[in-house]
Design a protein around this ligand. Structure first.
Ligand code: H2B
Length: 102
């Protein structure tokens, strides 16, 4: 029987590992995923962060982003679910595309 996966259901680890967006890594506790994005300069980094912020507002799903000049450390989790869901996968792909990563 195929279960119906809602966007906010916790993903199991096998699913996660099979569908990790490019460059993202699972935390030890497997309830967060992170990626460090490096940009050519500060303006590019901050422009990307601004774009991500607006997209995440539309999705009502927000990343943690810690930046230092042109390096941005992004972390995703679904706080309401206490772990990783399809929303995190979707936002990770969106962040990758906006950074020009396949
Ligand atoms: C009230 C608001 O809908 C919730 O707090 C949203 C906002 N953005 C969110 N972002 C993330 N990453 N996880 C959440 O559970 C979440 N919940």
């Amino acid at each position: 029987m195929t279960e119906s996966h809602s966007q906010s259901d916790l993903l199991d680890h096998k699913d996660l590992l099979a569908h990790m967006p490019k460059g993202w890594t699972l935390s030890e506790t497997k309830d967060e995923m992170s990626k460090t994005f490096e940009f050519a300069n500060f303006a590019s980094a901050f422009g990307w962060m601004t774009h991500v912020a607006l997209v995440s507002e539309k999705m009502n799903h927000h990343p943690q982003m810690l930046y230092t000049y042109r390096i941005v450390e992004a972390t995703l989790t679904t706080h309401d679910a206490g772990g990783l869901t399809q929303k995190d996968i979707k936002l990770a792909h969106t962040m990758n595309e906006a950074a020009g990563h396949a």
